[in-house]
Design a protein around this ligand. Structure first.
Ligand SMILES: CC(C)(COP(=O)(O)OP(=O)(O)OC[C@H]1O[C@@H](n2cnc3c(N)ncnc32)[C@H](O)[C@@H]1OP(=O)(O)O)[C@@H](O)C(=O)NCCC(=O)NCCS
Length: 175
């Protein structure tokens, strides 16, 4: 267990690198019916941008007993021409069988700490659809703050969509 800024306990999750043996689980997570309407795109898988091309990566989320419950990903977002101004943008999918148990919030907080501990960045951000209430609840529980709206920033399902932008700063996590 760890806790968030309001002192609420978050369940213990482990983030670990992806193994070949995770491919069936990851394929399941990538299915449109699992990602849901806010995490499914018109593009075919081979047309999607590769996180690795943006300083990014992916890990799986597992429990203490090695049960796989989801995945997290991250990419760089530049806020200036210098390395220190590279922020991180994160994404997450928790398998439907394991939703509603705050594994998402715990994984988001753990990932934010991990990314800041391993880089000079000052900021981890996440954006989501204004109607994706579980993701908003999860980010707030993880200690992120709502900053505002990135207007019509995402092309999805034949339309441009607003994105709510949340962030957590180094100071928020490490004082
Ligand atoms: C968003 C997501 C990562 C949240 O993960 P999670 O582990 O379920 O998060 P939490 O357990 O903290 O749940 C968040 C809130 O949604 C509710 N909720 C969401 N799905 C639920 C479900 N299937 N059963 C019960 N409650 C659910 C929870 O009750 C909780 O509300 P609360 O704050 O009032 O307790 C997960 O729902 C998911 O993977 N969604 C699909 C992919 C997606 O939208 N990713 C983000 C794209 S920007």
């Amino acid at each position: 267990m760890s806790s968030n800024p309001t002192g609420e306990s978050l369940p213990y999750v482990i983030l670990r690198d992806v193994l070949d043996t995770d491919s069936a689980f990851l394929d399941e997570l990538n299915a449109p019916e699992v990602g849901g309407e806010w995490d499914s795109f018109d593009d075919s898988p081979d047309q999607l941008l590769r996180g690795e091309d943006f300083g990014g990566g992916k890990q799986v989320v597992q429990l203490d007993d090695e049960t796989l419950v989801g995945s997290v990903s991250w990419v760089h977002v530049p806020y200036g021409p210098n390395a220190k101004s590279l922020a991180w943008s994160i994404g997450i999918t928790i398998h439907p069988d394991y939703r509603g148990r705050h594994f998402g919030a715990s994984a988001q907080r753990t990932l934010a700490k991990q990314l800041l501990a391993g880089s000079e960045a000052n900021r981890v951000q996440a954006d989501t659809d204004p109607k994706n209430l579980p993701e908003q609840r999860s980010l707030l529980r993880a200690g992120f703050t709502l900053e505002g709206v990135a207007r019509k920033a995402q092309w999805r399902c034949g339309n441009w969509h607003d994105r709510l932008v949340f962030s957590v700063l180094r100071h928020d996590l490490f004082g």
